[in-house]
Design a protein around this ligand. Structure first.
Ligand code: ADP
Ligand code: ZN
Length: 606
């Protein structure tokens, strides 16, 4: 490349086709070009990749990018090649011949960037190659894999500590989107980054709309949501079990969608085929367990739906974070019910983790239930959980339709004493029957029609009581038993609440929460261009992508096509001004898309 003479800004504009740097990009890039180390903690889609790609282009030598997933490397390389960058990957899926050729190119300084897994990098042969080559930098992507505390620990990542001793003069960057305080410390120690600088950006993903609704019929609720908002989009539906995954995928297909299952019980071959289709075709819905998602950087995932609650807020944020990487509006919907909480408790209890770990996981689950039952802004609660502060966002269900609250002190007292008087072992259904004073065989049998709480809740309806119980669990006054039978008992906070006669504000029950048709979709609402032209452009893109066997977004992101369908450029100069129109892409595709726009105009104009 001629990049040796180009400034970072020129590369951003000419090669990538973007107008200006985002956030701390410019600062980080200058820092690394200056030969210094850096630790970068930024949310998904913030634009971390440019922080090592541009320095790798500006500094002499090859940039070594350590990345955990071989399966996704080729797509990353393809995307860079489309920009005219000399990128390569070396991994076990390649032929020895191909590897030898690539290695020769690295030695001769003919490669700008090479992607490798840590296992490869640590091989003596590969280290020899590095010893004999000019190196621009080391970028360690998904750096949380270094840490035992992180959620994806990889022992080979920890051995990357040798980079600091073997190549002390080559800058090292560690990048991740998820690392709490102990994980951060591990990364900085292991990779010896203490002398470098830490760059941390806020956690917010403003383009994702969050909504959490009470489970009524999860399948139907999710179907409605997809039909109303995402009938032509790619998305992910998370399920708890393998069986649920397959059943939901099949059912969505019967409803006319292209849905594929993904879980750890499928053969590696089927999994990789389904993943590939998700990445390469339009409008695929991946119905998956949490086994799916790590490292997936498909930019145009428009929605993530949860059929049941996830494990905790971190998991929820990571899973929903897979939506809207391209910065365009995206939706996260969670459908939750009380049974889900019992099931998650059961998982925690039946694991082999030590007791203190289990206690922490129960607390994390409580925080998630608090989020589900919140009357305030969802985003504020999430960001607060990560130590970030913010104001009500205006882009979540509770901000857009604030739930009414009421003084729930008396209701809570009644519910809690009912739990207490019936010996803290019955589920919600039974407790509500007692509160309502129902004539019931079982109640008589246990003589609960003789307790002081029998019938004291007859002034309130059953769904209202269900909502109250859910909130008391979410507020940690009641606890669902860990055997998973759904029996409720008082927590220490619940006992204190009764004893100290505290007051409490609860969310008013308002019946089924309606999903807002269209308006919540975000995906289509802010697009002012010609939808039929957009469809035509997507078809052109898909044809080009198929011919080269690359994912469509590697050719152009949706954002670029939307700008085309809105601005309808008639000249190459006008086209070149659009987002993502780098020089190489103009050269390769400029004319093709200009023709497609003109043709569509002629056809539409009659
Ligand atoms: P991350 O690695 O932080 O998850 P990426 O590096 O993949 O995020 O960037 C997310 C998206 O934003 C990509 O499509 C990328 O090309 C785009 N992007 C990054 N920096 C800029 C910028 N300065 N201007 C416009 N788009 C950008
Ligand atoms: Zn909000």
């Amino acid at each position: 490349m001629t990049s040796a003479q180009s400034s970072p800004l020129q590369i951003l504009q000419k090669t990538y086709g973007y107008t200006k740097f985002r956030g701390q990009q410019e600062e980080i890039i200058a820092h690394v070009i200056g030969g210094k180390n850096a630790f970068i903690l930024m949310p998904t889609a913030a634009g971390k990749s440019l922080c090592y790609q541009i320095p790798a282009l500006c500094r002499a030598g090859v940039g070594i990018i350590v990345s955990p997933l071989i399966a996704l490397m080729q797509d990353q390389v393809d995307a860079l090649r489309q920009l005219g960058i000399k990128a390569a990957a070396i991994n076990s899926s390649m032929s020895p011949n191909h590897i030898r050729e690539t290695e020769a190119k690295i030695r001769n300084g003919e490669i700008d960037m090479v992607y490798v897994a840590p296992e490869r990098l640590l091989m003596e042969d590969f280290l020899d190659l590095l010893d004999g080559s000019k190196l621009a930098l080391f970028a360690i992507d998904e750096a949380h894999c270094v840490s035992q505390w992180g959620h994806d620990f990889r022992p080979h990542y920890a051995q990357l500590s040798l980079l600091a001793t073997r190549y002390p003069d080559i800058p090292r960057l560690a990048l991740t989107a998820t690392a709490d305080a102990p994980t951060r410390k591990n990364i900085v120690n292991c990779l010896q980054l203490a002398d470098g600088q830490t760059f941390i950006a806020g956690f917010d993903r403003p383009n994702i709309h969050y909504s959490i609704v009470i489970k009524d019929n999860a399948k139907q609720q999710i179907l409605r949501f997809i039909k109303d908002n995402h009938a032509h989009d790619s998305g992910i539906v998370y399920c708890l079990s393998r069986a649920a995954t397959e059943e939901m995928a099949e059912w969505l297909c019967e409803q006319g969608f292209k849905a594929l299952p993904y879980h750890a019980g499928l053969s590696a071959e089927i999994r990789s085929r389904n993943q590939e289709r998700f990445l390469r075709e339009d409008k695929i819905i991946m119905v998956a367990t949490i086994a799916f998602g790590m490292g997936i950087d498909k930019p145009d995932v428009r929605f993530v739906a949860h059929m049941t609650i996830p494990k905790n807020i971190e998991a929820y944020y990571q899973e929903t974070g897979r939506a809207g990487r391209d910065g365009l509006p995206a939706n996260a919907l969670m459908v939750y019910g009380m049974g889900d909480a019992a099931m998650q408790r059961n998982f925690i209890e039946s694991s082999t983790a030590p007791d203190n770990q289990k206690r922490i996981e129960h607390q994390k689950l409580n925080a998630l239930l608090g989020l589900c039952e919140a009357a305030g802004c969802r985003r504020q609660i999430i960001l607060d959980y990560f130590g970030d502060t913010g104001t009500p966002c205006g882009n979540c269900d509770t901000c857009l339709a604030p739930p009414e609250t009421f003084d729930g002190t008396v209701a809570a007292q009644k519910a809690l004493s009912c739990v207490y008087r019936t010996d803290q072992r019955f589920g919600v259904g039974y407790l509500i029957d007692v509160l309502l004073g129902k004539d019931d065989e079982r109640i008589r049998q246990f003589q609960h029609d003789k307790t002081s709480t029998f019938g004291i809740g007859a002034d309130t309806g059953k769904p209202e009581w269900q909502s109250i119980f859910r909130q008391l669990v979410a507020k940690n006054l009641l606890m669902v038993d860990i055997e998973g039978h759904g029996g409720l008992s008082l927590t220490p906070q619940g006992q204190a609440f009764l004893k100290e006669k505290k007051t409490i504000l609860l969310r008013k029950y308002t019946g089924k929460i309606k999903l807002r048709r269209g308006a919540s979709s975000g995906a289509a609402e802010d697009f002012e261009g010609d939808p039929s032209l957009l469809t035509a452009l997507k078809t052109t893109r898909l044809t080009l992508a198929k011919a080269q066997n690359v994912p469509p977004y590697v050719i152009f992101h949706d954002k670029t096509l939307r700008e085309m369908a809105t601005a309808r450029p008639e000249t190459l100069a006008a086209l070149a001004r659009l987002h993502g129109m780098g020089e190489k892409k103009m050269e390769r595709y400029g004319k093709i898309f200009l023709d497609a726009i003109a043709q569509h105009g002629a056809a539409a104009g009659g």
